[in-house]
Design a protein around this ligand. Structure first.
Ligand SMILES: O=C1O[C@H](COP(=O)(O)O)[C@@H](O)[C@H](O)[C@H]1O
Length: 224
């Protein structure tokens, strides 16, 4: 069920509030918390709010749902977005685990980060956006590795995605569906009528695999 908000600020306020509540509960219960951030245009306002929150960020580990296989200084880097908008102010002390690293190939990069990302699971909060094609993370329709990434019985958490799909159409490292289902709470942040229609269509796109499962709690926050 889609939760609607009048404007981007109220959506970001609510998303940040849910995330802080869940992360604080994880710290109280287990002594630490794991936040999986995401890239694109949706999460930055939530990051701004999280960075100012009174959470004990020294006990929070942060990684990404996916990243582009580009230098972390690139404007296309999701890591750059997280470092500029989340890992600042109070959140500057959080420990970050990258989803992409310099390597001879994107597959080598995925292999290099697999153990470190897997060690963070189960994740306490995962933020996701959704592309105009129904992709989440970098599980993108038309990708030659989509079936592998969406395989619920797959044994990898991190997967290399060849260039040619997505915007920008660069190579990427993505969490797989089994990894996405390791989140105790997933918040999908979407905006606009077109994306709402994609979610409601229920026609087998990557986002629908998350919505049609009962293992991991998923909430969709939408604003016009
Ligand atoms: O390319 C990507 O797209 C998705 C969705 O981005 P949005 O701008 O439509 O919210 C994003 O979640 C992902 O991290 C990114 O690599």
């Amino acid at each position: 069920m889609i939760e609607s908000f009048a404007d981007p600020d109220s959506l970001a306020d609510h998303a940040a509030g849910l995330a802080v509540e869940a992360l604080a509960a994880a710290i109280a219960a287990r002594g630490g918390a794991v936040l999986v951030g995401t890239g694109g245009r949706s999460p930055a306002p939530v990051y701004d709010r999280l960075a100012r929150s009174a959470l004990d960020w020294s006990k929070v580990k942060v990684t990404l749902s996916d990243d582009r296989f580009v230098p972390s200084t690139s404007p296309d880097s999701n890591e750059r977005l997280v470092r500029e908008r989340l890992l600042v102010e109070a959140a500057a002390v959080a420990q970050f685990t990258p989803m992409s690293v310099e390597a001879v190939s994107v597959d080598a990069a995925a292999e290099a980060v697999e153990a470190g990302v897997r060690a963070l699971a189960p994740f306490d909060v995962m933020l996701l956006g959704m592309g105009d094609d129904g992709h989440v993370a970098s599980l993108i329709p038309g990708s030659p590795v989509l079936a592998a990434g969406m395989d619920p019985s797959g044994d990898r958490y991190c997967l290399g995605v060849p260039a040619g799909v997505g915007s920008p159409p660069v190579a990427r490292v993505t969490l797989t569906l089994p990894a996405l289902l390791q989140a105790r709470l997933t918040l999908i942040l979407i905006s606009g009528e077109a994306k709402r229609r994609i979610v409601e269509a229920g026609n087998g796109l990557p986002v629908h695999a998350l919505l049609e499962q009962a293992k991991a709690p998923v909430r969709i926050l939408w604003t016009p």
